[in-house]
Design a protein around this ligand. Sequence first.
Ligand code: MN
Length: 254
Amino acid sequence: MKRRILISNDDGIYSPGVSALAKIASRFGEVRIVAPDVEQSSMSHAITSSRPLRYKRIRLGDFEAYRVNGTPADCVALGAHRWGHVDLVLSGINLGLNLGNSCWHSGTLAAAKQAALLGLRGIAISAPVSDSREPNFAELEPYVSKVIDLLLAEEKMSLVNVNLPEKPKGIRWTRQSVRQYDGKVVPGKDPMGRPIFWFTVTPLEGAEEGTDRWAVEHNWVSITPLRLDLTDEKDLARALSLAQTPPVSPAKKG
Ligand code: MN
């Protein structure tokens, strides 16, 4: 059976990034697009649980595509459910990088994460936008293709975050940069003079060598294998070794 590749994103189904990715992915298998009907950037791993979802067939080039009035995670869950069997989920190509701490906010990465949660493989792919210019997908295409080819062979990697620089010079394996960043809040006023606030995501420090941020700053395509288990092993080991700490027991009524 031909490999089944489900494509989603968080920029919405009409983003040029989704058709660019579908075109590249179609070399590797049968492609189906299931993506949000409107932009869902920075929605992270939200799911829609308080209302029903709709799954509507649309025309998107030569691809079988469905738009969903939900989040990226919804789209992957629903897409996999409707298709039955899925081998790989690709998310993107996002218009904007998802590096370092922005992974926590990323809807692009959440779509890949949903795949991993379902026991499938998920790859998130992001590219930079400068001065509101769309990425040059034709230039990035050989690198995206190479990355998919490379990751298909890495069968044990269930969740991967890929970021491309504007003009790649090669591909690097990286770790996530977790340096502190500034969720900077910029105050302003609306046309009625009422206070409003803009949220920005600005790193406070330069990126360490070998990290995703560092790689993209140096024009490498960054591939970061991720995992779902967020447990801090060091803290857990330390806590477990503190023998004098009694286990918490419920208070006795007396
Ligand atoms: Mn986005």
